[in-house]
Ligand binder design. Structure first.
Ligand code: CTP
Length: 393
């Protein structure tokens, strides 16, 4: 995901420096060229050798290190870097950068960088809330430096409060968002529906389906990483939504319909990956728990067809629906393309191994007005990118 990208990782003297090793490892696994610059204090917490082994690059500490090849190292690194991430960042490094102090390799290199700089503060709550630190953060934000909010919890000093460095996998998401994939969807506003809607029978029971939200989340994540502004309208999902997307949680099909109606005008692309329940119970049982089977007098009515509604009101938006079939996959899905006035139907054959609900893979056929593209089994993330490639083209 990060092939050809160079990241400078700044590691400073907060106890959270140990987490930076995992971050470096994660980025390296994505083929990133990771260059770690440590402050002297950080080397008291974690050995430079750890980073050297994990990244394959020399870990830089001192501006005047005699072992570094002859060149103006801080300038050459700063020129090469696509992004700087300082994690963990102490109050000291934040203060130095905010005030133009460049007295070691990290502060000097950051000053020479033109690429985006992300800073993940990690310190005791009182230090973090200190008005001087806050004012330094505000000053840096005004110059375009980006901050990763510290989380709350039990700090190494025993206090409970804000100041923890987020987990490495959460910080890595900032790097992926900044550097992974071409930003060929920037400027596009995308709505993705995902997961399963739930239709209440009574206050305890409901009708739903097996959707876990994995495919919808993969599309939302891929679009976000390609630069789109994404709104995820999420029914019940078994996984957490991707970061950096606006999430609107819904329960019933009617909730999802209302959320789509209120959002879709402000969008260019709509992908309906949710498994929307086709029917909802309409009985008094909805409001009270059934006492006997005779009380369970359920009659069903069809839910509003959301895809059909937006198809009829699509104007110049691109609309993609999904279709789950157990027989006549192509024929039935092609019918949906027409009947719902969609631009694309992604068809899933539920009888094929590796396709459908809950799996991490999918076997899809992409149907548009002019093409029917059968794809082999692939991860849902890859399938999401293939769908977006065609939408964008
Ligand atoms: N869909 C929708 N609103 C509904 C039902 C479905 O927006 N009330 C959307 C789904 O999100 C999907 C597409 O329509 O993108 C096709 O859904 P599917 O259930 O396969 O088709 P239906 O139109 O419901 O027809 P059937 O269930 O009879 O196959």
């Amino acid at each position: 995901m990060l092939t050809g990208k160079t990241v400078i990782m700044g590691v400073t003297g907060s106890i959270a420096a140990y987490k930076a090793a995992t971050l470096a490892h994660m980025l390296k696994k994505q083929n990133c060229d990771v260059n770690v610059i440590m402050t002297k204090n950080a080397t008291e917490i974690i050995a430079p050798l750890t980073f050297e082994r994990l990244t394959g690059n020399k870990c830089i500490i001192d501006t005047f290190d005699k072992n570094i090849q002859y060149e103006v190292k801080h300038i050459s690194l700063a020129k090469k870097a696509d992004m700087v991430i300082i994690a963990p960042a102490t109050a000291n490094i934040i203060g130095k950068i905010a005030n133009g102090i460049a007295d070691d390799m990290l502060s000097t290199t950051v000053m020479a960088c033109r690429c985006p700089v992300y800073i993940s503060p990690a310190m005791n709550t009182s230090m973090y809330e200190n008005p001087i630190v806050q004012s330094n953060i505000e000053k840096l934000k005004s110059f375009g430096y980006k901050f990763i909010e510290p989380t709350e919890g039990l700090l190494a000093c025993g206090d409970i409060g804000k100041g923890k460095m987020p987990e490495p996998e959460d910080i890595a998401e900032y790097v992926y968002k900044e550097l992974a994939f071409n930003k060929d969807m920037s400027g596009k506003k995308v709505i993705v529906t995902s997961g399963a809607t739930m239709e209440a029978i009574d206050p305890v029971r409901y009708i739903t389906n097996h959707s876990t939200g994995k495919m919808g989340c993969a599309i939302a994540r891929a679009a976000m990483q390609r630069g789109a502004e994404v709104t995820l309208i999420a029914g019940h999902m078994d996984i957490a939504p991707p970061p950096f997307v606006k999430v609107i949680d819904v329960k019933s099909s009617e909730d999802m319909y209302n959320a789509v109606i209120s959002e879709y005008k402000n969008s260019n692309i709509i992908v309906m990956a949710a498994a929307v329940a086709d029917y909802t119970p309409v009985t008094a049982a909805k409001n009270k728990i059934k006492k006997s089977d005779s009380d369970m007098d359920i009659s069903l009515k069809r839910t509003n067809d959301i895809l059909k509604y937006i198809g009829e009101n699509k104007e110049d938006r691109y609309i993609c629906g999904f279709s789950m079939e157990t027989e006549n996959l192509i024929e039935n899905s092609a019918k949906k393309l027409k009947s719902k006035n969609a631009d694309m139907i992604v068809a899933n054959n539920l009888n094929v191994k590796g396709a459908g609900f809950g799996t991490d893979t999918n076997v899809i056929t992409i149907i548009t007005e002019n093409d029917t593209i059968e794809l082999p089994i692939m991860s849902k993330d890859e399938a999401a990118h293939r769908i977006l490639d065609i939408i964008i083209s």
